[in-house]
Design a protein around this ligand. Structure first.
Ligand SMILES: Nc1ncnc2c1ncn2[C@@H]1O[C@H](COP(=O)(O)OP(=O)(O)OP(=O)(O)O)[C@@H](O)[C@H]1O
Ligand SMILES: [Mg+2]
Length: 210
């Protein structure tokens, strides 16, 4: 296993690894400790990282879609994240243990997630909102919590897809682009999340089917 002390030295130099961790605008900055958490030794460039992550996520989607599962449990939330990122990152499936620039205080994550899972069960049981709105509200609250060191956007969108399928609708299209790419569609998505922060879910609801 890589030692973090050693890897921190590597990461702070001018090697290709440096380039790997320069995050594009609007993504989670990694702490130096997190930078040490890459598993495949051959990855040196962002393009290779993106490819490895996409392959990992594709396998996780196949696993998740293969049969009905109990989605609304802490175990599944963590399992899905681990399946999506576990071939690439050591932090996969583990809650944050430090503050980032997004999300609630890390020590509040388990309680906030439990509250969200309970609320979502109740929304479904009592048909509090139409199915799409339940899943979009779930996505917004889950990404607001920002439970993991990274990958929260992709994970919480797939969670919402699985949830909406489980309550009888087709999966979402989320702007029909790769939302990781910076651009107008991503800006529109982030603006819709901010509107949802201000209790206006309409933009995000429309975006999810765009
Ligand atoms: N101001 C913001 N800037 C960036 N992301 C935000 C912001 N507000 C909320 N978010 C959410 O956080 C996600 C980014 O968090 P994180 O980097 O952990 O996930 P990710 O899957 O790696 O991101 P992404 O796929 O969007 O690049 C976004 O996809 C979005 O859902
Ligand atoms: Mg990210």
């Amino acid at each position: 296993m890589k030692s973090c002390a050693t890897s921190t030295l590597v990461c702070s130099g001018t090697s290709p690894l440096r380039d790997l961790f320069e995050q594009p605008e609007n993504t989670t900055p990694l702490t130096p400790e997190e930078m040490c958490e890459l598993i495949p030794a051959h990855i040196a460039y962002r393009s290779e990282l993106n490819e490895a992550e996409q392959e990992n996520i594709a396998r996780a989607q196949d696993w998740a879609l293969a049969r009905r599962r109990d989605l609304l449990s802490e175990k599944f939330v963590k399992d899905l994240h681990r399946r999506m990122f576990g071939d690439v990152w050591r932090w996969a499936g583990k809650f944050r243990t430090s503050e980032g620039n997004l999300g609630i205080a890390y020590y509040e994550i388990p309680a906030a997630l439990r509250q969200l899972l309970g609320d979502t069960r109740a929304w479904i049981e009592y048909k509090a909102f139409p199915p799409d709105e339940i899943a979009v509200r779930f996505h917004h609250r889950l990404v607001q919590i920002h439970a993991f060191p990274n990958g929260n956007g992709r994970h919480s969108r797939l969670m919402a897809d699985l949830l909406v399928i489980s309550i009888g609708r087709e999966r979402f299209s989320w702007g029909s682009v790769n939302l990781q790419d910076a651009g107008a569609v991503r800006q529109h998505y982030i603006a819709a999340l901010h509107a949802a922060d201000d209790h206006d879910i309409g933009l995000l609801l429309a975006f999810s089917r765009s």
